[in-house]
Design a protein. Structure first.
Length: 256
């Protein structure tokens, strides 16, 4: 199986503060690797390392055997939902096809027939081709989510990176989102960072917990030890928008 992304003994810092410590992981093609963890634990920093937007202080990061910045065109990136301005006056098709600009050698160039063909194919795959002429401000939450994914997919990536993609969507939209990922993982590697263990554990082929350090299990399952190590307390549910939520009684509370 082809190795898509690999980190070996990586340390990273932001503004002089250690954010990631001794991170090693390997994601192969056609794997769905989910990384859960609390706010401030380094999940977004990890994504930036994979994209080559920041450099590790120590260790190595490889994307399909090369440097992340050199092979960034092989990656599709779906940022956090709230980072998109859906009030911008463009159509769905215009938003999605702009994802092809990463493949252009010149900044000022027209879209080619191939660009339009690939965009149409992706819109059909995600079931939103009938909305191509609609302004993005008029899209529903689920339609906007698909539009963001489509914009990443038109670059024809070999791996898809997603940063907290379901924080601002409702439950039906979230389920549709995971259905899409289930079909995509047959074609590419998927790396998803999220708070949500309730749903992701049913879909991911590998799962790890990240809180400055990475906690994994050989079987790829989420274990109590992984959660306790990452969250520093017994955890049964990770809630949207909440660093962590303790539903089980702490040992000290039992003894009091």
């Amino acid at each position: 199986m082809t190795e898509a992304i690999a980190l070996e003994h990586v340390y990273a810092e932001i503004a002089g503060q250690n954010v990631l410590e001794d991170i090693s992981l390997e994601v192969n093609e056609k794997e769905f690797y989910a990384i859960i963890g609390p706010n401030g634990g380094g999940k977004t920093t990890l994504i930036k390392l994979m994209l080559g937007l920041i450099q590790p202080r120590v260790g190595t990061v490889k994307v399909f055997g090369g440097k992340p910045a050199e092979n960034r065109s092989m990656l599709g990136y779906v940022p956090q939902f709230h980072t998109f301005d859906f009030h911008y006056p463009i159509t769905l098709e215009e938003m999605v096809i702009s994802g092809r600009l990463g493949n252009k050698k010149r900044v000022f160039t027209r879209y080619t027939p191939e660009d339009h063909s690939i965009t149409e194919e992706v819109l059909n795959t995600l079931g939103i081709s009938g909305l191509s002429g609609r302004e993005i401000s008029a899209l529903s939450g689920g339609e906007r989510q698909r539009a963001i994914i489509a914009r990443a997919l038109v670059s024809e990536p070999r791996a898809l990176l997603l940063d907290e993609p379901t924080v601002y969507v409702d439950a039906p939209t979230e389920q549709q989102f995971y259905n899409i990922l289930n079909s995509l993982k047959e074609k590419m590697a998927i790396i998803l960072v999220t708070h949500d263990i309730g749903v992701v554990s049913d879909h991911a082929t590998k799962v790890a917990c990240l809180n400055h350090r990475l906690y994994t299990h050989e079987s790829g399952e989420i274990t109590d030890d992984m959660l306790t190590s990452a969250y520093q307390c017994p955890v049964e549910l990770i809630a949207h928008g909440v660093p962590h939520r303790v539903l089980r009684t702490h040992e000290k509370e039992r003894s009091s």
